[in-house]
Design a protein around this ligand. Structure first.
Ligand SMILES: *Cc1c(COP(=O)(O)O)cnc(C)c1O
Length: 353
C-alpha cells in the first residue's frame, strides 16, 4: 500500500520529563479511510491537526470506536524498538469484529505502524522511563443516524512523547474493590479495547479517587463474585505460592503485558493458573495471610504493585504494603527487555532502527 506523506516543518522536541502523559503529540498523524465499496484507501501521513466530522457520524451517537496502546522505547544505543506490536494488531482486529468495524490486513497494518513510527521516531525521548506512546484507533463514520454495521470508517494513529510513569519511584498503590458498578459483562464488549468500556468505568474510578484510592478492582458483571481487572490493567496475585490471574472469560481485556507475565513466569518454572478467582477466596487469603503479592499489569505502568485492598470498608495490607519479590522481578524483566537492557529470549522486541 502506498502511503502519501505531507510533511510539517520544524519539529518542536523537548526533554522527555516535561511531557507527562497524552498531552503533547508529534508533528504528524496517520489517516486512512474505508468504505465498503473501495476497502481501505488514501493512506496518508499528514501534519497533526484537528479533524472535521459530520454531526451525524456513527461514532458520536453509537460509540463505534476501538483503540490500541503501545510504546516505542529508546535503547541505550540510540535505536528505537517496539514490544510485541503484532499482538496489538491482532487484538485491534478482534475488537473491530466485535463492534462491526472493518478488519485491516495484518501485514498492511504492521507496514503502516512501522512506517509511521519510523517517520516520527526522533520524538522518542531518551530519559529513563520515558517513551513514545502510540495510539492507533478506528471509528465508524457513516453520515446518517440509522444503526447498522458501518459502511465508512477511519483509521488513525497518533503518537505522544510521554514522561516516566514512575516519576516518584516504583511504588505500591491502594485499590478499592468495586461492588456496585461493573465495567463489562460476558457477551458484551469487555474483551474489546473500545472507548465505550471506558465510559462505563469512569464513575467508579472517580469515586475511588475521591476516597484516596488510585484504581478500582472490578468484579464480574453477573454475580459480582469473580475478580476481573484493576482499573485499565489486568491483575495478578500470588496466593500460597501459586500465581493466579483471572481467566479470559470474555469480559476481560486480553492484555499484552498479562500474556507476557504469564509466559515469562511459566518459563521460569512458576505455577501460573488462569482461572476463576472469587472475591470470597481472595478475601479469605487476605485474612489468613496467604495472599503474598498482588499487582496490576498493562502497557502504561508495565507492573503496578498493589499495597492495599479495601473491600466493603475493610482495609487489607498486602505484603505489609511493600513491593513483593515476584512483582519486582517482573517489572525488572519486562522493562529490561522493552528498553533493550536485558536479553530478549522470547523474540518480543521489534526494532524500528
Ligand atoms: C489496554 C488494557 C489493558 C492492558 O493491556 P496491555 O495490552 O497490557 O496494555 C487491560 N485492561 C484494559 C481494560 C485495557 O483497556
Amino acid at each position: 500500500m502506498e502511503i502519501k506523506i505531507i510533511k510539517k516543518q520544524n519539529p518542536t522536541l523537548k526533554p522527555g520529563e516535561e511531557y507527562g502523559f497524552g498531552r503533547v503529540f508529534t508533528d504528524h498523524m496517520f489517516v486512512m479511510d474505508y468504505d465498503s465499496e473501495n476497502g481501505w484507501h488514501d493512506a496518508r501521513i499528514v501534519p497533526f491537526d484537528r479533524i472535521s466530522i459530520h454531526p451525524a457520524s456513527t461514532v458520536l451517537h453509537y460509540g463505534a470506536e476501538i483503540f490500541e496502546g503501545l510504546k516505542a522505547y529508546r535503547r541505550a544505543d540510540g535505536g528505537v524498538q517496539l514490544f510485541r506490536p503484532i499482538e496489538n494488531i491482532r487484538r485491534m482486529n478482534n475488537s473491530a469484529e466485535r463492534l462491526c468495524l472493518p478488519q485491516i490486513d495484518e501485514d498492511m497494518a504492521m507496514d503502516i505502524l512501522t512506517t509511521f513510527i519510523s517517520h516520527e521516531k526522533e520524538w522518542t525521548p531518551s530519559d529513563p522511563g520515558t517513551t513514545l506512546y502510540i495510539r492507533p484507533f478506528m471509528y465508524g463514520n457513516d453520515e446518517q443516524l440509522g444503526v447498522h454495521a458501518v459502511k465508512h470508517a477511519t483509521f488513525m494513529i497518533i503518537a505522544s512523547p510521554t514522561g516516566s510513569y514512575y516519576k516518584q519511584g516504583f511504588q505500591p498503590v491502594r485499590i478499592m474493590i468495586e461492588d456496585t458498578d461493573v465495567r463489562a459483562v460476558r457477551g458484551g464488549t469487555g474483551y474489546a479495547k473500545c472507548g465505550g468500556n471506558y465510559a462505563a468505568s469512569t464513575r467508579a474510578g472517580e469515586k475511588a479517587e475521591q476516597q484516596g484510592y488510585s484504581q478500582v478492582l472490578w468484579l464480574d458483571g453477573v454475580e459480582h463474585k469473580y475478580v476481573e481487572e484493576v482499573g485499565a490493567m489486568n491483575v495478578m496475585f500470588k496466593i500460597n505460592g501459586e500465581i493466579v490471574t483471572p481467566a479470559l472469560t470474555g469480559s476481560i481485556l486480553p492484555g499484552v503485558t498479562r500474556k507476557s507475565c504469564v509466559e515469562a513466569l511459566k518459563k521460569e518454572g512458576y505455577t501460573v493458573n488462569e482461572r476463576l478467582l472469587s472475591i470470597d477466596e481472595l478475601a479469605e487469603a487476605m485474612k489468613n495471610g496467604t495472599l503474598e503479592e498482588a499487582w496490576g499489569c498493562g502497557t502504561a505502568a508495565v507492573i503496578s504493585p498493589i499495597g492495599e485492598l479495601c473491600y466493603k470498608g475493610v482495609k487489607y495490607a498486602i505484603n505489609d504494603g511493600k513491593i513483593g519479590p515476584v512483582t519486582q522481578h517482573l517489572y525488572d524483566k519486562l522493562t529490561g527487555i522493552q528498553w533493550g537492557r536485558v536479553e530478549d529470549e522470547f523474540g518480543w522486541t521489534y526494532p524500528i532502527d
